[in-house]
Design a protein around this ligand. Structure first.
Ligand SMILES: Nc1ncnc2c1ncn2[C@@H]1O[C@H](COP(=O)(O)OP(=O)(O)OP(=O)(O)O)[C@@H](O)[C@H]1O
Length: 233
């Protein structure tokens, strides 16, 4: 049996994480001491008013932004100890990100959008794996379509396939249904949970939607750069 804080089962370990941005003369403290442990495979909703620090927390946990203080460990790797190149490498294999506005490359087909990042990460059979992932999200018949030829829901499916394909430890979704109608959004969430389970990934979802948050195992609420509450749903 693993204890709850066994490194083998912890996907995210954040200790007293702070983030300061702005200028030297006018620094702004955005994250004010975040302590967070997340078990591998858990789904976590991050709620909070606009400006409470949700996206900043995501930026620090994904290594897009370096913490100003404290410690960030993702999948057992101390992000603070890595140089830029090693950090980029560590992020590539471990972290998948799904954003509200999909961010697909417009000049690449659905298949290429999923396969090319895999190939860059050194994955053999990148195109075969990408095709399999796209079939798993119901897009087997759209492999050669460009993003502009796909609906919003289909584009988000491609983005999910792209994020899940490298089998990341950690999947982050920032308002993943924000640009979709309610029915499409619900279908996308079903798919996201299904693909999370298939990949055995930990899922953090930033959302303003309390109903969506209730579908996660755990709900964290942020206020003013701090965790205000943290409970199982
Ligand atoms: N580069 C920056 N310099 C100074 N302040 C910043 C910078 N980036 C973000 N902030 C501030 O940090 C605070 C937290 O922003 P953040 O985007 O993390 O909030 P959020 O909870 O994700 O909000 P939303 O729900 O609107 O996306 C905000 O007050 C924002 O204005």
């Amino acid at each position: 049996m693993h204890s709850p804080l066994d490194p083998a089962t912890i996907a995210i370990r954040a200790q007293d994480v702070t983030l300061q941005l702005g200028t030297r003369e006018a620094p702004v403290t955005i994250l004010k001491g975040i302590d967070l442990h997340v078990q591998r495979g858990q789904s976590v909703a991050i709620l909070g008013a606009s400006g409470s620090g949700k996206s900043s927390l995501m930026a620090v946990l994904t290594g897009l932004e370096r913490a100003s203080g404290g410690r960030v460990e993702i999948g057992g790797v101390d992000f603070g100890a890595l140089g830029e190149d090693d950090l980029a490498r560590a992020r590539r294999g471990r972290i998948g990100i799904i954003l509200q506005s999909f961010h697909l490359l417009p000049t690449m087909t659905a298949l290429e959008n999923v396969a090319v990042p895999l190939e860059l990460a050194g994955q053999a059979d990148a195109f075969a794996i990408a095709a399999e992932e796209l079939r798993a999200v119901g897009l087997g018949h759209r492999l050669d379509h460009y993003p502009a030829q796909l609906s919003g829901g289909e584009q988000q499916r491609v983005a999910i396939a792209r994020a899940v394909a490298p089998r990341p430890t950690l999947l982050f979704a920032d308002e993943p249904t924000g640009n979709l109608d309610a029915a499409t959004g619900a279908a996308i969430m079903d798919l996201l949970f299904e693909r999370q389970a298939a990949a055995g990934a930990t899922l953090l979802i930033i959302t303003h939607d309390a109903a969506l948050a209730q579908r996660c195992e755990r709900i964290i609420e942020m206020r003013d750069g701090r965790i205000l509450s943290d409970h199982m749903a």
